[in-house]
Design a binder for this molecule. Structure first.
Ligand code: ADP
Ligand code: MG
Length: 633
């Protein structure tokens, strides 16, 4: 960021600042990409004005003098036909010189940064991304050739003017303004005169900003009277029957800073021991900050219509952080601090009420499998965090969970559905947790396929954690297919011929296993004949009490301190042609060296299938070449 500095003798003049690089990219898109819904710039300006009034109302709780001269908050729109200018003014909290620089030259919002890092340079794709995330103030450059923001912070006498044509830089200069607040003046681009038409403005405000709680007034021109264009009452206080779906949707877009639609809208008033109104939304697409490490839920909290904070994480657990909306409490004190909020028993009660309602809604909506699958695809990975976090609601969350399985194809199935399909004598719920890429082809699934046993395929990192915590569903224990000695002998294979197929002599196999143990030493915990494999020669499994393979890999990737490298069990498939050949050879004299090499190749092969690198890549390559040479020679 560059600022032309002024010499001390001269009065401060115009400063020129470059936009942050990310803002420039965004502005370029705004100006050059034709986003179909240009109208929304007005919603963004009104939303900012309304936020600014909310902030001042809150600040005035402790500093009432800030609004002593003017307590009637409003947004005023003025049309200047001759000058082709449109003005949106508020009497909210205003911005200082530094606020203007920090807020209108950089990108502070986490969601927006995520959005920007997702930009591809492909304009069509990028514009559709804009459609998902919303870009706030900068959207004015879709319709304006020049934008001036004159602002005076409440409690200050200074006003500053921020000005830009949206290309590369902006200026900051001292200015004058009657009273506190912010005035945004757009000089419209060629061809955008429609935004000077009162009919058009009236319809845009009605469509996009009817939910705004303060009056949005169109200043009368040519002797016409001022006109309030919106309903001007807090949406959550209105009766459900009076609220159009589209008004709910616009309110959602405003609180969520999003451009999509809500997947679910929940609006209710709790009465009884505690009183509050809530208007909550489950988004239709993933918010940009969904996997932010802070995992904070963000609801807007109001106390009797006065905005308190828009980052109230105490009202929802982390596993519902995708929910957006507003809670207005009648019982919390107006002067509540964020610190007090976290620990207030009232907050805890409201939280319990919100969770109950949201989960209840999910239960209801789960009846529509297709719509619910859309929700689950977006937020299932987050909701599953509740399985290990929220012991009290574990049963309920297990019922809400959906899974891909070895039999489900593109569908998602519930655990109840899984349990209905248990094979005779099957007592456990089998799952395989690993990266999506290797999931379906894992050798550990072979015995299950041979017996037509369904296996849950888990590929969210969170799956490794909850499965370690949740013992069972409907009396059936969860069992990882990559851990422990597996005994499926009570469940017959589908193809009895395959089952009857001859396995190598016990003595020969025993010799091979002993040779592998000898060769691999401490690198494996054991080598044994597998009951898991039908087609692959080898696989690795975790011993009963040990950490599952994929979880250990996740923790290793995260450099978890104190993590020990656990040796695994190498299982070999007595029915595989390679194993038979090796076993036959094992008892012949002079086989030791070849067996040693083969053992390492088998071990490395099992590692590779598991998604790991061979122990020693160079040695692996050398052994493979030697073997191949022998085979083709
Ligand atoms: P957002 O509203 O999501 O924070 P915007 O791009 O719409 O993002 O606005 C950026 C920031 O600029 C706001 O967070 C706010 O701090 C400031 N701002 C914008 N308009 C106003 C206004 N009318 N009054 C006070 N501050 C404003
Ligand atoms: Mg905004």
């Amino acid at each position: 960021m560059s600022a032309e500095t002024q010499s001390a003798e001269n009065p401060p003049a115009v400063e020129t600042h470059g936009f942050e690089a990310e803002v420039s990219r965004l502005l370029h898109l705004m100006v050059h990409a034709v986003y179909s819904d240009k109208d929304i710039f007005l919603r963004e300006l009104i939303s900012n004005a309304s936020d600014a009034c909310d902030k001042l109302r809150y600040a005035a709780l402790t500093a009432p003098e800030l609004i002593a001269d003017d307590g009637g908050f409003r947004v005023a729109i003025t049309i200047d036909k001759a000058g082709r200018r449109l003005t949106v003014a508020d009497n909210g909290i205003g911005m200082s010189h530094d606020d203007l620089r920090d807020n209108l030259g950089t990108i502070a919002r986490s969601g927006t940064s995520a959005f920007l890092s997702g930009l591809s340079g492909d304009e069509a794709r990028d514009v559709s991304l804009i459609g998902q995330f919303g870009v706030g103030f900068y959207s004015v450059f879709m319709v304006a050739a020049q934008v001036e923001v004159v602002s005076r912070k409440a409690g200050s006498d200074e006003a500053w003017a921020w000005s830009s044509d949206g290309s590369g830089s902006y200026t900051l200069a001292p200015a004058a303004r009657d009273g506190r607040g912010t005035t945004v003046t757009l000089t419209l681009r060629e061809g955008e005169d429609a935004f000077l038409d009162p009919f058009r403005l009236r319809s845009i405000v009605k469509t996009h900003s009817d939910h705004v709680a303060l009056p949005v007034v169109l200043n009368g021109t040519d002797g016409a009277a001022d006109e309030t264009l919106n309903a001007a009452s807090a949406l959550w206080t209105r009766a459900k029957a009076d609220i159009a779906d589209e008004t709910y949707n616009e309110f959602y877009r405003d609180v969520a800073r999003a451009m999509d639609k809500p997947w679910a809208t929940l609006h209710w008033k709790a009465e009884g021991t505690i009183e509050y109104s809530a208007l909550l939304f489950v988004p239709e697409s993933r918010p940009g900050d969904l996997f932010d490490p802070k995992r904070e839920a963000r609801l807007k909290l109001y106390v009797r219509r006065v905005f308190i904070t828009d980052a109230c994480e105490a009202l929802l657990p982390g596993y519902l952080r995708f929910v957006r909306g507003v809670v207005d409490s009648a019982d919390l004190p107006l002067n509540i601090s964020r610190e007090m909020l976290q620990h207030s028993p009232l907050t805890a009660k409201i939280k319990a009420g919100l969770v109950k309602r949201v989960l209840g809604e999910l239960e209801k909506r789960a009846a529509d499998a297709e719509a619910y699958a859309a929700f689950w695809t977006n937020f299932g990975a987050v909701l599953k965090e509740g399985l290990y976090e929220d012991f009290e609601r574990r049963e309920q969350l297990l019922k809400l969970a959906r899974f891909k399985t070895t039999k489900s194809g593109d569908r998602l199935v519930s655990l109840a559905h899984y349990v209905e399909g248990l094979r005779p004598n099957q007592t456990a719920i089998y799952y395989l947790a690993r990266e999506a890429a290797g999931l379906a082809g894992s050798p550990q699934l072979e015995a299950f396929k041979a017996r037509d046993i369904e296996v849950l395929l888990l590929d969210d990192p969170i799956d490794d954690f909850w499965t370690a915590m949740v013992p069972e569903f409907d009396g059936k224990p969860f069992q990882s297919v990559t851990r422990g000695a597996l005994d499926l002998s009570l469940i017959p294979e589908v193809d009895p011929a395959a089952e009857a197929e001859e396995a190598p002599q016990d003595a020969e196999l025993g010799t091979l296993i002993a040779a592998c143990r000898q060769a691999l030493g401490e690198r494996v915990k054991d080598v044994r004949a597998s009951k898991r494999l039908t087609d692959s020669p080898v696989c690795l499994v975790a011993d009963d009490g040990d950490m599952d393979i994929h979880l250990a890999r996740l923790l290793r990737m995260n450099r978890t301190p104190g993590l020990k490298d656990t040796a695994r069990i190498l299982e070999i498939n007595p029915r595989h042609a390679l194993v038979r050949a090796l076993a036959a050879r094992a008892t012949r004299p002079g086989a030791a060296e070849a067996l040693d090499e083969a053992a390492w190749l088998l071990f490395d092969q099992a590692r590779i299938v598991e998604g790991e690198a061979p122990e020693d890549a160079a040695a692996f390559a050398r052994r493979l070449s030697t073997m191949l040479t022998r085979a083709v020679a």
